[in-house]
Design a protein around this ligand. Structure first.
Ligand SMILES: C[S@@+](CC[C@H](N)C(=O)[O-])C[C@H]1O[C@@H](n2cnc3c(N)ncnc32)[C@H](O)[C@@H]1O
Length: 246
């Protein structure tokens, strides 16, 4: 990690390094006004373009922390927080909720043929396909070719699992309060792996009933990810977890 990245304000805060109190002095106000006046698609451009290049070419290096710094995220913690919030909004709009990393993609590719359920715009599946994975992307409500990064087939998650036997399953950001990921896990064949990218109990993905499956029909198998994970925006707590269907 470079010195530049280490000085990235919200990241330093999360490591418990004492920071000065946020305050709205003239410079901060000016930075905030400039940020808000900026076209929202310009905010964090290198970060968004870096991800897009990775999707388009499959070869570009994507280093989220470096690109976030290069995207001109201001140094003031308050302004930085707002800038990152805006950057995340645009990211979700273009790509989806999860910020994949090269390590995570490599770990997922090693799972063999996979089915993605609730794939949204299909950006994760596109990264997997670019990396050589045999992947089928599905969603209850595909957003159409114009807004998708890969062909996303229309299918409810449980039906998709039943129709595509022999695949491990990936689900990124199951809908908040939705129980479909729980039903989908039940529909999986014993021995299959389920990767879920989302928050934990009480978080803003899926429902807590999913976690009640642990020890009943699912057991954690974190070794399949080998420590690979998503990158997160500040105040977002999603993580990639691996489960084996019992
Ligand atoms: C929060 S979005 C996440 C999208 C994408 N995976 C991402 O990470 O950006 C949840 C997605 O689940 C889809 N969905 C909702 N209910 C579903 C179901 N029963 N079966 C399959 N997909 C479903 C929605 O259409 C939506 O695209």
């Amino acid at each position: 990690m470079t010195g530049e990245i280490a000085s990235f304000p919200w990241r330093a805060q999360t490591r418990g390094i004492p920071r000065r109190e946020p305050r709205m002095d003239k410079t901060t106000m000016a930075a905030l006004e400039a940020l808000l006046a900026d076209d929202r698609h310009m905010a964090g451009k290198p970060f968004l373009n870096g991800y897009e290049q990775w999707l388009e070419n499959g070869t570009a290096l994507f280093d989220p922390e470096l690109l976030a710094v290069q995207s001109g995220i201001p140094t003031d913690p308050v302004v930085a927080g707002i800038a990152m919030f805006r950057l995340r909004e645009v990211f979700i709009d273009r790509f989806g909720f999860a910020v994949a990393t090269p390590d995570l993609i490599a770990a997922l590719v090693s799972l063999g043929p996979v089915l993605e359920i609730g794939a949204g715009k299909g950006a994760l599946s596109r990264l997997l396909a670019n990396a050589g994975a045999n992947v089928i992307a599905t969603d209850l409500q595909p957003q159409g070719d114009e807004h998708s990064w890969i062909d996303v087939q229309k299918s409810e998650a449980t039906a998709a699992i039943r129709q595509t036997a022999g695949r491990n399953v990936i689900c990124s950001w199951p809908s908040l309060n939705g129980t479909w990921i729980t039903r989908a896990a039940r529909a999986m064949e014993p021995g299959r792996i389920l990767i879920v990218i989302g928050e934990g109990r009480g978080g803003c993905t899926g429902s807590d009933c999913f976690f009640d499956l642990q020890g009943k029909i699912l057991e954690p198998c974190s070794e399949v990810l080998g420590g690979a994970d998503v990158w997160r925006f500040p105040a977002i707590h999603d993580t990639a977890s691996a489960w084996r269907r019992l």
